[in-house]
Design a protein around this ligand. Sequence first.
Ligand code: ADP
Length: 359
Amino acid sequence: QSYHEVLNENRKLFNELQDLKGNIRVYCRVRPFRSYENQKQTILESIGEHGEMTVTNPTKPNDSQKSFRFNKVYGPMSTQAEVFSDTQPLIRTILDGYNVCIFAYGQTGSGKTYTMSGPDNAAKEDWGVNYRALDDLFQISEDRRSFFSYEIGVQMIEIYNEQIRDLLSSDGSQKKLGILATPQAHGLAVPDASMHPVRSTEDVIELMDIGLSNRSVSSTAMNERSSRSHSVVTIHVQGKDLKSGATSHGSLHLVDLAGSERVDRSEATGDRLKEAQHINKSLSALGDVIFSLSQKNPHVPYRNSKLTQVLQASLGGRAKTLMFVQVNPDVSSYSESLSTLKFAERVSGVELGAARSSK
Ligand code: ADP
């Protein structure tokens, strides 16, 4: 590739992105049945060509169907490659100095980790969005090597009960981190989170593994813990145009949110109740922020949770936000799935009626 080809490609990508309209995208993915589920009773009635979907409760045939509309809907047969192909244009802009935030939202077991990372020890074709995005970043930076130099660094933090911890601190101390009152132009608003330079996807995977194991140190049951906390992996990309000397700074936040399932208040007590309250509070604060952004409200309520404060600089402005909304197809999760879909509908700022009338 020549220098001009690279610049032309950048311009083309930029125009494509303008075409994607708006900075907030909501993609819904319904995972396939697991072997232990009642495979006959799916709640998914139909998926339309333009992001429409209809769900129903097969055990209550008299209940009406519910319809939703998102930027994309992926059914149970969708592949990891297919899902990533719609994410790829966003990833490329990071090298040109944009901030991108990708979230996975849904109840525990709905496929958040599968979409973001893939199954455990996944072969490359099963890789989720995270690893595919990293591979792309490194590949493009390599292709542009003669004209641009890129430095890439990684941070990883956890937010648990409204406390922030560094998952990659060198002494493994997991010290609590404070938040900057005024966010920087990019990245996380936690100045003390350690930054680790990386040169390949493998380097990042290694760091993410370390981060995940640190996440479990203070917990006896890692799965329990990881579904009750938010983890944020941040990839910083510092670019320099070798010809003009111009620099850019882009970032990618990969956010695995705590499970969104409602905890029965009458059953939860003590630590569980406290956790549940923190999770509910932060997920609804996130919903409020994304909703305000999608409505272009002048006031965006970032300050209502640590999650939104930490990501403030990367939500809004020129930043691009993508939320994967994960749905379990099984009828036993119908009410949980419905509340996930309603959350997503509100966040996307597009209600089906409104979307129809604007055609
Ligand atoms: P979560 O992170 O929301 O708790 P997981 O990603 O762990 O959920 O998914 C629960 C189970 O379902 C895992 O065993 C996962 O491998 C499987 N799974 C989720 N989504 C898919 C998919 N699209 N295709 C195949 N298996 C999936």
